[in-house]
Each structure stands twice: as C-alpha cells, then as structure tokens.
Design a protein around this ligand. Structure first.
Ligand SMILES: *Cc1c(COP(=O)(O)O)cnc(C)c1O
Length: 479
C-alpha cells in the first residue's frame, strides 16, 4: 500500500515506514492510503473466527496487513502482540464490549489500557512500531509534545522502555487532575521528561511550535511528534471498530452504528475508514460537548474553526477543541479524493475566509447519505444527568462517554448502537462526584502510582530555556 498527501498535486507517494515517523506531509497535507482496501463478507467471516479463536492482536495483525507491506509479516505480528495483550490492558480481550441494561446500546471499553483512556489503543502500537523502525534505521527520535492530560500520559506509557526514544512532554503547571498528574509524574525513567510550564495548555503548545519551527534545532536533535494526525494512530484505531462489530453481530450482513465522543476527529476518522473498507456500519454518530465546531459542520455544512479564546472549558475536557486537525482527511474523501479541489475549496477557503462552507453544495447531502455521518452535542447538564441515571442502574461512565451516549439516544435505530468509551470515570473524579455524590473507585492497578514520588521539572514559558533543557539531555545528530 502506498500513501499520499491530501494536498499532493505531483502524484508523489510514500510507503508506510516512510510516513510513520512524519507528522504532516511536507506540503502541509495529511497522509492517506491511495485507496482504501475493501473487505468482503468472506474476509469478515474469517476475521470473526480470528478474533474468537486467536484474539485481538491477531485480528489487529490481519487488519494492519492490508495497509503495511514494508514490514515482514512475522515482525508485524510480533509488534501487534506486544502492543495489545492482557498484560498491557486490563483483560485478555483487550476491548470488552458490554450491553447496557436498557438493551440495544453497547459500550466498547477502549479505556482499559495503562492510562485509562482510549489513546492507549493507538499509542501502544505506535510505541512498538517506532522502536522497530528506529532500530531498522539505526537512529533515534526525540518526541516533543504538549498535553492537557490524556495524550501525554498515553504517549509516555507507550514510549517507556522503547529503545531509541526520548520524550519531552510539556504540561500546564498545576492544571491537570490529580490522577493525570500521578500518571505522568510517577514515571521514573531517564528517557521520559515531564516539564511543568508556567502557563496554560496553549502556552505549552506554542512553545512546542516555536521549538519545532527551528528547522536546524529540529534536525540536530531529531525532534518528532506523536499527535493525532499520525497515520499509524488512525490505523490502530480501525481495529477496534472491527472487533466491536464482530462482538455485537452474528452475521456478515448485519449493520451496527457507532457513537463517538469527538475532539480532533481522530477516533471517528478511524470509523470512517472502517466503513469505507466495507465494515457494515450504518451510522457514525459524532458527539461533541459545548464546543460544537464539528457538530455544526456535520449538521449544517459550515466548518468554522474557532480561536482558543472561543473554546469553553467543559467537564469533558478532552473534547475541548476549536479546530479538528483530522477533518481534512474526511473532507478529502468528501470532495472525491481530489487534491486540487481540496486545495481550492477547503485549504484556500479556510485561509481566506476562516471557514469552509459546504451547505449549498451537492456534497453536503452525501455526509449522511453516502458517508453515514449524523451528529449532535451535549451540555454539562446532559452529562451529569446521563451519568447519574446510568449509575442508578449500576453502570458508571466517564463524562466523554456520557456525551456520546446522550447523543446516541437521539439516533437509535433497529441496529445495535455501540458507544465508544474513551476514558475511565476515575480520570474525571470531580464530575463523577457531582453527578453521583460519590468518588469513583480507583482500580487496583492504579493504587501504587498515586503515592509514588513525582518526577517533573519546572520550565519557564521560554523557548530558549526549553531548547537548552533538551540539548543538555539528548546527544546531537552525528555525534
Ligand atoms: C482524546 C480524547 C477524545 C477525543 O478523541 P479525538 O480522537 O480527538 O476525536 C475523547 N475522549 C477522551 C477521553 C480523550 O482522551
């Protein structure tokens, strides 16, 4: 399988290994396969038996094999087995799927990994792929990132112990939940560096941008990123759509809908890819919180990214986004996979007008008809009510999952509705307390980390200081 940028007009393609360590394509676009591999009923039947008899990692290997042809099969199988197993995740099943008491709605538990958020599903694979690819090339990478909580901890736990990888992660000082702080700062490893920046998340992100923008420094210290536009992350996520579909169906022609709490359009983009491959998905139900940039786009055809000042701080903070970096991939497919049209209609319109308007066009109707997307948003009160009502029936969900569940209920059909759970309640204890009057239980496996010594260095909001810190800890290129 070859990959191309959404903005490529020269017909250039690259292999999986080539794009794995890159973020954006050099032309500013995002990578996608030149075409989506199609799976038929016979393949789905085979995958069903693979999941049931050989487990999640083997299913993952089968799915990934359609997209990765420059890693030998046995190596790729090993990578999948090391990423997805009952030692890394809470169960051998990796992604258990349970039905809610009301029936017809299922929860796919994507948050049983080391950091209790669905980002582990992809990040664990990325850690293994990076280690493999770096060894093959005889090089190393220095991952520099900013996090408000979930991404950074998932990245650190995935890169921990991976040969050739250093991580420098900026966090806004004092602004993460106690659980999130414990997850990151309890890590005691010479290659994992936690930095608490005097400032808010946007300051952290700006610092990363400034340092990454210094091409010479970037090259010298081999800086890289693991953000949500990385193709490897999306690919990893396709697997759990297949697994969840298998678990709630019996026949290959049965459709399922998925409800997905959405921020950067990463999780649900993988659902879109699974659907394009031919997985029988009826609807992809996109759910946002009060920050409803994407809900607005999918309902009205108007995509209007906002500034961070216009972005509300909500009780489902991992969905507090003002622009969705992965949406360009969907728009590329929507515009007929034509880079020239994408540049003209999407990139240029966004650049000139600050918005992309599809509302008066023929493509708008295809969002639901051809691509199966529907959407909705929820408020803090919705989340609280959803969590409370479900808790009374003995099921506890986190606020992000509650967003999706709330919106899912507006789109129920005769097919099973699978809500993707993206975090464990314990990560957002204050909101759970507000909804139920009780603190969520701390799963046993997280007890030691809560009292472990903290490893974090203070960092002024200053790019020069950050560069100095990195240079003192990473050996430069060629030495
Ligand atoms: C990251 C995250 C999301 C949003 O996922 P996207 O891929 O950015 O759409 C939702 N819920 C939780 C708990 C997250 O950590």
């Amino acid at each position: 399988m070859r990959y191309r940028s959404t903005r490529d007009i020269d017909g250039e393609t690259a292999s999986f290994s080539e794009i794995l360590l890159r973020g954006l394509a050099p032309d500013g676009g995002l990578y996608l396969p030149v075409e989506y591999p199609r799976v038929d009923a016979a393949t789905l039947r085979e995958w069903r038996s693979v999941l049931q008899n050989e487990g999640y990692a083997e299913l993952g290997f089968r799915v990934l094999s359609l997209y990765i042809d420059d890693i030998p099969a046995e190596d790729l199988r090993g990578i999948c087995q090391r990423a997805w197993n009952g030692e890394v995740f809470a169960t051998d099943e990796v992604v258990p799927v349970t039905e809610l008491p009301e029936g017809g709605i299922w929860i796919a538990h994507l948050s049983d990994g080391p950091t209790a958020a669905f980002k582990d599903m992809a990040m664990q694979l990325l850690g293994q792929l990076f280690e493999y690819e770096l060894a093959r090339r005889g090089t190393t990478i220095t991952i520099l990132g900013a996090t408000s909580g979930d991404t950074g901890s998932a990245a650190e736990h995935a890169m921990l112990g991976r040969e050739g990888v250093d991580v420098f992660m900026l966090t806004p000082a004092g602004r993460m939940t106690p659980f999130q702080q414990a997850q990151m700062f309890s890590i005691d490893d010479p290659h994992i560096h936690n930095l608490a920046v005097e400032g808010v998340f946007d300051d952290c992100q700006d610092l990363v941008k400034t340092v990454m923008g210094d091409a010479e420094f970037k090259k010298r210290y081999r800086l890289g990123a693991v953000n949500s536009i990385n193709w490897g992350r999306l690919l990893a996520q396709v697997v759990y759509y297949v697994a969840a579909w298998i678990k709630v169906t019996e026949r290959e022609d049965q459709q399922v809908s998925f409800a997905v709490p959405t921020g950067n359009f990463g999780n649900i983009c993988a659902g879109h890819i699974a659907r394009e491959m031919g997985l029988p998905i009826k609807h992809l139900v996109l759910a946002t919180n009060e920050n409803d940039v994407l809900d607005e786009f999918f309902r009205t055809g108007l995509y209007r990214p906002r500034s961070s000042r216009e972005t509300a701080e909500t009780s489902s903070p991992s969905m507090d986004i003002s622009k969705a970096s992965n949406v360009e991939r969907f728009v590329f497919d929507l515009l007929g996979r034509d880079p020239v049209r994408l540049r003209k209609r999407f990139v240029e319109q966004l650049g000139n007008d600050g918005e992309f308007n599809l509302s008066q066009t023929g493509e708008f109707a295809t969002i639901e008809q051809r691509h199966g997307f529907v959407s909705g948003s929820s408020s803090h009160a919705d989340r609280i009510m959803t969590i409370r009502a479900l808790a009374e029936e003995g099921v506890l969900v986190d606020p992000h999952t509650a967003d999706a569940l709330r919106v899912a209920r507006d789109h129920l059909g005769t097919e099973p509705m699978v809500v993707l759970e993206t975090a464990l309640p314990v990560k957002f204890a204050a909101t759970i307390q507000e909804a139920t009057g009780q603190e969520p239980e701390l799963p046993e496996r997280f007890v030691p980390m809560m009292d472990a010594p903290r490893h974090v260095d203070p960092m002024p909001n200053d790019a020069a200081a950050l560069k100095k810190y990195i240079a003192e800890r990473v050996s430069p290129q060629g030495s």
